[in-house]
Design a protein around this ligand. Structure first.
Ligand code: F3S
Length: 398
């Protein structure tokens, strides 16, 4: 691998032991993938935050790193295992929360912003087209590549953090334009009417393509919220890190004009495939005792919609809308938080229904409108799932 003088100096320890260790690991990683060089990055996003998923070993890793080096650039944290301010009200234990706070303080001590969100692009971590970044939360990676057109591999939490400390990442995979072409075309003959159908499409296609790059031809034009749901689903049933939607995403024309495009396999998708996929995402037809929205973390327009559905109503079961602290604060300023809380719902920040230790609370059935959450909750949280639209889920519990 060719390194610049500055990179060589970091590697050799002239900028401290911490940076040297990070460079050594990243160079080894680059060699595995035949990277010819390192590429400077403009932002990072680090997963591996919840105490539920990283445990004491993860806590030790963060504390150890904190004694050696700081991040060099804008770096945001993925969701943690609890809502830091309202953990007690939500039923989480003090023991878990204390460990979780230690992890967050460890990240803060090296300059990582404790935003605790999987939608950093909704709160200011918004790279430009063709920027190189190092992000690790799978749905965020899919969004930053596909919807923003910046370039990230699907990093692990540690590799994204190491990249943030040295300000660069090995140049391979999605960082190289040629690798961003489409691999398979999905011609979808269906008019989507809600977010659950779009998530179901992503869930279906992710299973077929795994880590390949799908190119969608759709009848509908999709909103940013729709694209967020689609990417999260693709990245959970498969390992998709980049997709293209004709006439919508910024590199769709590049994919369509590539020499290889005319040779690609075309898969037709019809209504029955979308409906089957919706059915497959529920594990029960019972009424949920918790409805949890906001996977990936809710945007302000998604919270506005929930508030409009709840206005003047009373919930008879629990409702969480998971989002970042920043979006929760905007929802308070806009009056949506008051409406949701008056109905008996909660806007939950810093965490989500998957990475929180929700299995320790008293729930059996969770209702979600996210294909990613529906895919993960049965295994990671040991709960049954009802997958449906936000309108239908709220109808079930009002
Ligand atoms: Fe985000 Fe949790 Fe879903 S981290 S993408 S809300 S599983």
């Amino acid at each position: 691998m060719q390194l610049t003088k500055y990179e060589e100096d970091m590697y050799n320890g002239e900028y401290g032991e911490g940076k040297a260790e990070c460079m050594e690991i990243l160079v080894s990683l680059g060699k595995i993938y035949d990277a010819e060089k390192m590429i400077p990055i403009t932002s990072a996003q680090v997963s591996g935050v919840s105490y539920k998923t990283i445990g004491d070993a993860g806590l030790d890793f963060v504390v150890d790193l904190g004694q050696k080096a700081d991040v060099e650039l804008e770096t945001m944290l993925n969701p943690a295992g609890v809502d830091i301010e309202n953990w007690e009200e939500l039923g989480f234990s003090k023991e878990f929360t204390d460990k979780q706070i230690d992890i967050i303080r460890g990240y803060e001590s090296i300059g990582v912003m404790s935003t605790c969100t999987c939608t950093p692009y909704l709160i200011g971590n918004t790279p430009l087209l063709n920027d190189h970044v190092s992000w690790s939360e799978s749905s965020a990676v899919c969004y930053v590549n596909s919807v923003i057109g910046a370039r990230s591999n699907r990093e692990g939490g540690p590799s994204a953090l190491l990249a943030a400390i040295v300000g660069r990442t090995p140049y391979y995979g999605n960082h190289i334009l040629e690798n961003r072409k489409a691999d398979m075309i999905f011609d979808v003959d269906y008019n989507f009417t809600n977010e659950a159908e779009i998530g179901a499409l992503g869930y279906y296609v992710g299973q077929i393509v795994n880590d390949k790059k799908p190119y969608f031809k759709l009848n509908n034009s999709l909103s940013r919220n729709n694209l967020k749901s689609l990417g999260a689903a693709l990245a959970s049933s498969g390992a998709v890190s980049l997709y293209h939607v004709e006439n919508v995403t910024p590199e769709a024309d590049f994919a369509k004009n590539h020499d290889s495009f005319s040779e690609l396999e075309v898969i037709d998708v019809d209504e029955s495939m979308v409906k089957d996929s919706i059915d497959n995402l529920s594990t029960t037809d019972k009424i949920p005792d918790l409805v949890s929205l906001g996977c990936p973390h809710a945007s302000i327009t998604e919270i506005q919609k929930v508030a409009s559905l709840l206005k003047g109503k009373k919930l008879n079961k629990d409702l969480w809308i998971c989002t970042s602290k920043a979006i929760k604060s905007i929802s308070e300023q806009c009056g949506y938080l008051d409406i949701i809380e008056a109905a008996g719902g909660k806007v939950v920040s810093d965490t989500c229904m998957v990475v929180a230790p929700i299995e320790e609370l008293d729930y059996e059935v969770i209702g979600v409108n996210s294909a990613k959450a529906a895919n993960y909750v049965p295994n990671m949280c040991k709960l049954d799932v009802v997958y449906d639209t936000v309108e239908n889920l709220i109808d079930m519990i009002t």
